[in-house]
Design a protein around this ligand. Structure first.
Ligand code: ADP
Ligand code: ASP
Ligand code: MG
Length: 405
């Protein structure tokens, strides 16, 4: 008897009809002789609506209360799903993240799973239940509710699959699998049959929203295969796994994009040891994730330091950086919030020249100006004007012939 962990995202649980659809799918999986754990996200846009509600009360909601509030979205959907399964004549129980044994650190809104105690889930499976677990949440040692970061139900699902010793983790969503680029932007994007963890972590980090990067990372660390497919049909999806042979990798695997980028420049900072750490350490402590960092060549011991953050993090970043800029006698900070990034990713790019040049040519042919460039061994990212992101993704998809196998 196999144990299967299935996760359904918010778009697959938008209304009562869709929750009933999930119930039917979970039951069908059980009737094939499997033990079934279903992780579910909040219905539709519930999490966004709760965030907006909190901001109507106060511009700076308390982070503990915020996490407690946001966790209710998944409580609603998981209880309704358990009811739907029961209404169809099968046994089911819903569990909050805390009841499911998901213990986290106390970083509110971006908590990390420390450990999972799967005993309660196992007991409920032994009683023949479909076990429905509220995604995206856990509990601290002090019994405070935490959330795992937006999109975090994927992380709940893969972590549970690992801790329960499942054969595979199934992620059901509103697209048929992982495509070479967001299929909503690029009609000729091609569905991948399989993709290696390493490439998927990079693509998810740089914008493939279909999977949360931390969930893929957990899959990679524990060699848990992840199957991404549609919750609305039975079309074959995409398997994310390790060990995909090198010969079929010698290509760009996907074009990721992110339209939520801002650039902050600290002007006229002294070029001496300690300045970068004076800026980036407090940013890390404030939980602001910094991506591209560029330091200009200094003139007369003075330099400009530029870095990018998510646009939503600009207020938090400025609160940290402006006083530091003043204390190191920099001339000030300037912000450009109207940026996005496009990335090409593929393990086939390692040690192979020419990819960067092809990328820059394709962007220049499409009349797109590159603001900043960063690379890793398997990725090249260009920061461009936000209004040009879609054109850039399409141009790169074409230039690297990703519509062809
Ligand atoms: P869920 O509610 O199921 O968690 P998400 O909205 O988080 O779903 O993720 C699914 C969305 O990811 C799709 O609707 C699609 O627009 C987007 N997406 C971005 N890049 C890709 C890609 N390369 N392949 C498939 N989907 C992608
Ligand atoms: N409901 C949460 C969010 O919207 C978690 C998730 O959907 O995975 O981010
Ligand atoms: Mg998601």
């Amino acid at each position: 008897m196999a144990l299967i962990v299935q996760k359904y995202g918010g778009s697959s649980a938008g209304d009562a009809g869709r929750i009933k659809n999930i119930a039917r799918r979970a039951i069908a999986t059980k009737e094939k002789g499997n033990r079934v754990v279903v992780v579910i996200s909040a219905m539709g846009d519930t999490t966004d609506e709760l965030v907006s509600l909190a901001h109507q009360i106060t511009s700076q909601p308390d982070e503990r209360e915020m996490d407690f509030l946001l966790s209710t979205g998944e409580i609603v959907s998981s209880t309704l799903l358990a009811m739907a399964v029961k209404a169809l004549g099968h046994k089911a129980i819903s569990l909050s993240g805390s009841q499911a044994g998901i213990q986290t650190d106390n970083t509110h809104s971006a908590a990390r799973i420390r450990a999972i105690d799967p005993r309660r889930i196992t007991r409920e499976l032994d009683k023949d239940n479909v076990v429905v677990v509220a995604g995206f949440q856990g509990v601290t040692e002090d019994l405070d509710i935490t959330t795992l970061g937006r999109g975090g139900s994927d992380t709940t699902a893969v972590a549970l699959a690992v801790s329960l010793g499942a054969d595979m983790c199934h992620i059901y969503t509103d697209v048929d699998g992982v495509y070479t680029a967001d299929p909503r932007l690029v009609p000729e994007a091609r569905k991948l049959k399989e993709i290696d963890y390493e490439e998927m972590v990079e693509l998810a980090t740089y914008g493939f929203k279909v999977m949360h990067p931390r969930a893929v990372e957990i899959g990679q660390i524990y060699s848990m295969p992840i199957y991404v497919a549609s919750s609305f049909n039975d079309n074959a999806g995409t398997v994310i796994r390790g060990g995909i042979p090198m010969e079929v990798r010698n290509k760009v695997r996907g074009i990721a994009h992110d339209s939520n980028v801002a650039k902050i420049t600290v002007l006229g900072a002294a070029d001496r040891p300690g300045i970068a750490s004076a800026i980036f350490e407090p940013l890390a402590k404030a939980n602001v994730s910094v991506d591209t960092i560029v330091q200009n060549a200094s003139v007369d011991g003075i330099t400009d330091l530029t870095f990018t953050v998510a646009r939503d993090d600009v207020p938090k970043a400025l609160k940290v950086v402006e006083p530091i800029a003043e204390s190191i006698a920099a001339k000030g900070c300037v912000v450009d919030s109207d940026l996005g990034k496009v990335s090409i990713v593929g393990t086939g790019m390692q040690n192979t020249p020419g990819y960067a040049a092809r990328m820059f040519t394709a962007l220049s042919d499409a009349g797109i100006n590159i603001e900043l460039i960063t690379t890793s061994e398997i990725r090249i990212t260009c920061i461009v004007n936000r209004g040009k992101v879609v054109d850039a993704v399409r141009a790169l998809h074409k230039a690297f012939e990703l519509d062809q196998e």
